[in-house]
Design a binder for this molecule. Structure first.
Ligand code: AP5
Ligand code: MG
Length: 216
């Protein structure tokens, strides 16, 4: 089963994608997480990506597409995957579709987690991410047991560089200009499912679970 998560920055794509991955036993693939781990390791890709990410801009398609196609070609993706943060532009979606067509495969669901812009800014300022394992917490909604420390691995929790308020505004603008058109794209393909992402996380997951039926 192949699932795409769509939604504004901070809509809860990552939160829901992790739960889906666990429930269905498929890998959770976040291009944002791949870029952040490259930044942490100081790779050339990380240095290049950081220039864009810190401004709230998209990393160019040429860099992003290759990474994603390499990742989904790995053995653990044979039974499907949940993509979080990819595609983010129409050209990215087209490249993915072409690659899948060659394998006689297709996307089963594009889940749009719908949250209005004003809710987003509040969420982002409360988010804390683990530097070591990428787990996310929220100061109000999912506080860690011990302040500043990751419950899963004991790593340090930080405010992401691109979660600063001005950058969040840029990311929202980029989302509306470049990513929102994908909602029409996947509607036309008949795979778009929208859920109200303003509800409590478990309630959002319940809705998504009702949509995703394993037998598809
Ligand atoms: P990426 O890491 O994908 O960031 P994003 O899309 O901006 O999304 P976020 O990770 O910020 O939000 P999310 O929807 O995953 O929300 P989360 O679950 O964490 O990308 C970062 C950057 O990398 C991009 O800006 C770009 O530069 C680059 N990039 C990545 N992919 C790219 C691509 N394909 N092409 C080009 N560039 C690319 O939730 C947010 C917070 O809210 C958390 O604290 C969470 O705990 C809380 N929360 C979640 N759900 C709820 C709920 N229901 N109620 C209350 N709080 C909630
Ligand atoms: Mg995310």
């Amino acid at each position: 089963m192949k699932i795409i998560m769509l939604g504004a920055p901070g809509a809860g794509k990552g939160t829901q994608a992790k739960m889906i991955a666990e429930k269905f036993g498929i890998p959770h693939i976040s291009t944002g997480d791949i870029f952040r781990s490259n930044i942490k390791e100081g790779t050339q890709l990380g240095t290049e990506a950081k220039k864009y990410m810190d401004q709230g801009l998209l990393v160019p398609d040429e860099l992003t597409v290759k990474i994603l196609l390499d990742r989904v070609a790995k053995e653990d993706c044979a039974g499907g995957y949940v993509l979080d943060g990819f595609p983010r532009t129409i050209p990215q979606a087209e490249v993915l579709d072409e690659a899948l067509e060659k394998l006689n495969e297709k996307i089963d669901y594009a889940v749009n987690v719908d949250v209005p812009d004003d809710n987003i800014v509040k969420r982002m300022s409360g988010r804390r991410a683990c530097l070591k394992c990428g787990a996310t917490f929220h100061m109000e909604h999912i506080p860690p047991k011990q302040e500043g420390i990751c419950d899963s691995c004991g790593g340090e929790l930080v405010l992401r560089d691109d979660d600063k308020q001005e950058t969040v505004q840029n990311r929202l603008k980029v989302y509306h200009d470049q990513t929102q058109p994908l909602i029409d794209y996947y509607t036309k393909k008949g795979v778009l499912k929208s859920v109200d992402g303003t509800m409590e996380m478990k309630a959002v997951f319940q809705l998504i679970s009702e949509i995703i039926k394993e037998e598809k």
